[in-house]
Design a protein. Structure first.
Length: 236
């Protein structure tokens, strides 16, 4: 089954270039020229990833990112002419999984889309269903369960919607319980490319994970001041 990508950009030429590049690689692509049509497409669901322009005629992409992130962990790749540091950092802090600046190479865009989706799958090769539940890679710590192949996190049995970046960071910590990871190590684990990712961005992701876990009475990440983060001893 081909992966589905929604491309949101007000420039017809950009939409055509991105659509052609992705479809050539086997992706199913839908396009939207503005925020209104993007919202309608997103409401219908069924997208594995969203390529999102920051500057749209009716609503900015940052607002759309915030809305989507509040409702879904669907991966987001920003595509924008705004390459200033503040814009890139803000986009990542709002929950985007990658940020590519225009003008861009279609080949690089496809590579980044594939890299983000690989982080979603977190397990190359056969799917969890094909290999059987007993062979899936699952991390269990206290009342926290991370199913890497299904991209699922459950806290006390309840499903918690994490973005690929958030899940990648959480998995990195729980794959090596007791080991403190620096923010730099978490950057390498959570991001496929050398993005403009700052320590503040990593701290923001950690804060978001904690916010999502709090309703379940868990705090799975422990801060080691001056060093980084580690899996909490009791995951709650």
């Amino acid at each position: 089954m081909s992966r589905s990508v929604l491309v949101v950009d007000d420039e017809a030429h950009i939409r055509e270039v991105v659509q052609f590049a992705l479809e050539r690689e086997g992706f199913s692509v839908r396009t939207a020229p503005d925020g209104k049509s993007a919202r309608a497409a997103l409401a219908g669901g069924g997208h594995d990833l969203v390529v999102l322009d920051v500057m749209l005629p009716d609503v900015d992409g940052l607002t759309l990112c915030r809305e989507l992130r509040a409702a879904s962990p669907t991966p987001i790749l920003f595509l924008s002419a705004r390459g200033d540091e503040i814009d890139r950092v803000l986009g990542l802090e709002l929950g985007a999984d990658d940020y590519l600046v225009k003008p861009f190479s279609p080949r690089e865009l496809v590579a980044r889309v594939k890299a983000v989706l690989r982080r979603v799958e977190l397990g190359s090769g056969a799917s969890g269903a094909e290999r059987g539940a007993e062979e899936r890679r699952v991390l269990v710590h206290g009342e926290l369960r991370i199913d890497l192949d299904r991209h699922e996190v459950r806290a006390k049995g309840e499903l918690v919607a994490l973005t690929p970046t958030e899940l990648g960071m959480l998995a990195a910590l729980f794959e090596r319980p007791g080991i403190v990871l620096s923010r730099g190590q978490l950057m390498q684990r959570a991001y496929a490319y050398d993005n403009l990712v700052t320590e503040r961005t990593i701290d923001t992701h950690v804060r978001r994970i904690r916010q999502k876990m709090r309703p379940h009475g868990l705090d799975p990440i422990a801060t080691v001041h001056g060093v980084g983060y580690k899996a909490a001893d009791a995951a709650g």
